[in-house]
Write a protein that binds this ligand. Structure first.
Ligand code: THU
Length: 142
């Protein structure tokens, strides 16, 4: 599915989202670029809140933007993040975002690209990061 050029486009797109990240409390900026199976890239940034718990992660912003437009099938997401937007380390998705991915993505196919730069990235499947995850399949009638 994702070739090197596509991966680098996703990384560049995720990095561009850091400019929109709203983080007056943690100053930890996260950007995401979600590749839908139809080829569209949905972007996301984290959006914090003075009451803290309403904070939305970059990954969920991107997924909810897509789902709210009727798109529910995805191939990959790139996530970048760091304090003040400096990409010192990889920024893996939090547990809540992994669970939201479980809802819409194939665990053994969906790729999670963690990047520190265009040439510096790691790729995991959702299953790698969420082994034995609970998803829609667990609620299917037998
Ligand atoms: N954050 C994300 O945007 N994605 C994650 O998966 C981990 C955490 C954000 C939430 C909060 O604005 C900041 O990073 C620090 O937790």
């Amino acid at each position: 599915m994702t070739d090197t050029k596509q991966i680098q486009t996703l990384i560049e797109t995720a990095i561009a989202q850091l400019a929109f990240s709203y983080t007056p409390y943690s100053h930890f900026k996260v950007g995401a670029a979600l590749l839908a199976k139809n080829g569209t890239i949905y972007t996301g940034c984290n959006i914090e809140n003075a009451a803290y718990t309403p904070t939305n992660c970059a990954e969920r912003t991107a997924i909810f933007k897509a789902v709210s437009e009727g798109v529910r099938e995805f191939d990959a997401i790139c996530v970048v993040g760091g304090k003040d937007g400096v990409l010192e380390d990889f920024a893996p998705p939090c547990g809540v975002c992994r669970q939201v991915m479980m809802e819409f993505c194939q665990p053994d196919e969906f790729q999670i690209i963690l990047a520190k730069g265009k040439e510096d990235y790691q790729i995991y499947t959702l299953k790698d990061l969420m082994p034995q995850g609970f998803g829609p399949g667990n609620l299917k009638e037998r």
